[in-house]
Design a protein around this ligand. Structure first.
Ligand SMILES: *Cc1c(COP(=O)(O)O)cnc(C)c1O
Length: 440
């Protein structure tokens, strides 16, 4: 049975993989969702240790792509997507850390950004081959930090794609700023004199400008794009390959903001991945923990915290999770628990984990760790892992509160900090952005 993608707003027509990737969001503003969840071949699980990582990931994603990228090209894309280690590292006797920060921008978003950029690159090349005409796609994205760097690195040099990244001046960390402003080529970093909300508002305004969109082919690279969402399943399968106690599947704790990452985990579970239980680990932005408790879904303005990549007051991917569970709260609660962790608790956890186990987490990972410990207190004897979603070096201020020694820097940090910054400064002005996009 072929998979197609329908809009969760149920007005726009269904589309194939390519259309869903190129447009990002359905015309009715709904998120795309697969028409059914393909079951992963059971054989994968009986001898997963013997399978190559790329082979496992290829088998997971192939049904979703539906032949719209031929197997050979898709296999290469998968290989390139996971061309860095994704190790499961033991922290305590019962808790491990799935380190997702060994990619080029030291955060898990590298996985989705690399997959998406290569899919788009494939589609623009095909278009040129088929029609003889180049199709220029402009990827427009607002970032509060990690998305920008991952997208810049993922799309660098991709033919036929121009990338425009808006970020709030002075509100991203130095490392994050270097990662999104030093690429050049087809990557255009715009430093907005305003907040992240201003940046997001400008992006929304541009997407709603139909006259602009008739002249410029705009798409988004935010986490709702299925080409960023679906490949996030990969590391849940690769963690299972590394999981020792196959008779007792893991409890998995996922630091969550927009709920794309944990949504991909739940999708993998729906496709057959063995998991004991999922935990949505949130900071003070607790829409989902409250919802699981009260059944009321109340969005709010984002609250700034130390784990700022999770400062989301209206998580856009949660609707996909509800859809997976057919909007049945009791079914969802059987599989998912959620905790809200304060900044003080985050710092205490970073300190305690470093002191007791010699393991340094970043603030997001610490939220994941503490949420997992809370769950285990209520369910003794279980084992699990949390996702370490970013390298601590990206959050030097929080880490400085925890330890005096210098953070062991990932290779390439020094070179990165010395690269010249190339950013265009602009006010939060919609007309300016329109003119800029038309000039590309
Ligand atoms: C984006 C991000 C998150 C949140 O992931 P979602 O998929 O939005 O829930 C968590 N940690 C880090 C470091 C991130 O960059």
């Amino acid at each position: 049975m072929r998979i197609h993608y329908y809009s969760l707003n149920k007005v726009s027509p269904t589309v194939g993989f390519r259309e869903a990737v190129i447009h990002g969001q359905a015309p009715d503003k709904g998120l795309y969702f697969p028409s059914h969840i393909p079951q992963v071949d059971k054989q994968i699980f009986t001898h997963i240790e013997a399978l190559d990582d790329a082979e496992i990931c290829f088998r997971v994603i192939q049904p979703y792509v539906n032949g719209e990228i031929p197997d050979e090209a898709l296999f290469t894309i998968v290989q390139q997507t996971i061309a860095f280690p994704l190790p499961l590292v033991q922290v305590t006797s019962h808790i491990a850390s799935l380190e997702l920060f060994h990619g080029p921008t030291w955060a898990f978003k590298d996985v989705g950004a690399r997959f998406m950029s290569r899919c788009l690159g494939y589609f623009t090349r095909q278009h040129k081959l088929n029609t003889g005409k180049a199709q220029k796609i402009v990827v427009l994205v607002a970032t509060s930090g990690d998305t920008g760097g991952a997208v810049a690195a993922g799309f660098e040099g991709v033919e036929g794609v121009e990338v425009v990244i808006l970020y709030p001046s002075g509100k991203v960390s130095k490392v994050q700023e270097q990662q999104l402003t030093t690429q050049g080529q087809n990557i255009h970093a715009i430093e907005i004199e305003g907040s992240f909300d201003d940046c997001q508002q400008m992006v929304k305004h541009a997407f709603a400008d139909m006259a602009l969109r008739s002249r410029v082919f705009l798409t988004s690279a935010n986490s709702i794009n299925i080409a960023r969402w679906l490949p996030q399943q990969f590391y849940y399968f690769l963690a299972w390959k590394q999981w020792q106690d196959k008779d007792h599947p893991p409890v998995i704790s996922v630091p969550s903001g927009n709920f794309g990452n944990i949504g991909a985990g739940l999708l993998a579970y729906a496709g057959g991945l063995p998991v004991q239980h999922f935990i949505a680990a949130c900071n003070l932005n607790d829409v989902v923990p409250r919802f699981l408790q009260t059944g009321k879904y109340e969005v709010h303005k984002a609250i700034p915290t130390l784990s700022n990549a999770m400062d989301v007051g209206d998580p856009s991917n949660f609707i996909r999770i509800l859809t997976l569970f057919e909007h049945r709260l009791d079914n969802l609660k059987n599989v998912l628990s959620a905790y809200s962790i304060s900044d003080d608790e985050t710092l205490q956890t970073m300190r305690r984990v470093y002191r007791n186990y010699g393991y340094l987490t970043d603030p997001h990972g610490a939220v994941g760790m503490l949420a997992l410990e809370r769950y285990m207190q209520a369910h003794p004897g279980r084992k699990g892992y949390f996702l370490e979603t970013a390298h601590p070096v990206k959050f030097p201020d929080a880490v400085a509160e925890v330890m005096k020694d210098k953070i062991p820097a990932p290779s390439g940090l020094e070179a990165l900090m010395q690269r010249p910054k190339k950013a265009i400064k602009a006010r939060a002005d919609n007309a300016w952005l329109r003119d800029f996009l038309e000039s590309l």
